[in-house]
Design a protein around this ligand. Sequence first.
Ligand SMILES: [Fe+2]
Length: 204
Amino acid sequence: MGNTLRDALVDEVRDLYNAEKQLIKALPKMAKAASSDELRAALESHLEETQGQVTRLERVFELLAEKPRGKHCAGMAGIIEEGAETLEEDLDGAVLDASIIAAGQRAEHYEIAAYGTVIAWAEALELSEVAEALTETLDEEKAADETLSALAEAGINEAATAGDGNETEDEDEEEEEEEAEPVKAAEPARVGALARSAKRRAKG
Ligand SMILES: [Fe+2]
């Protein structure tokens, strides 16, 4: 690549093009693993949105008079790899869902950061159509992130605490919203997955 900001912009757009395509492969697996119907629906709907984002990036390439070409996005690959390790764990429904949300939000935040940068660069370069198209995607990523937060806070995190105390409720406990249990994230499960993955890496 060249050394202008425009070259850097094209490079980042290629990175995003590849990141979105990686997500198109990963989201169906996350949706399939989800035990909450609402979480599954949210992931499936974001999959559809992501397909639209790929098309939108193709339009951005066109506006930039560049061929739509991806460049391996190691950042997204790492986030997806970590998420995939979580899916391999033998986790209970709600803990698994909380962990899927954790992985999904990492992916969304990565994209929010990347789109924020390319939009700012496009604006600096006075490529307003490019900036507008990318902003549409940024707004979708932010909304997807908020949906995941809302699902976690509306019951999945609370349901995921079931195995942490001495409660004996089954998985129907999501309905008992009046219970004021402290909301805990699925920290132990995720830390376990990370430790295992670190071990694996150390071995390899
Ligand atoms: Fe996306």
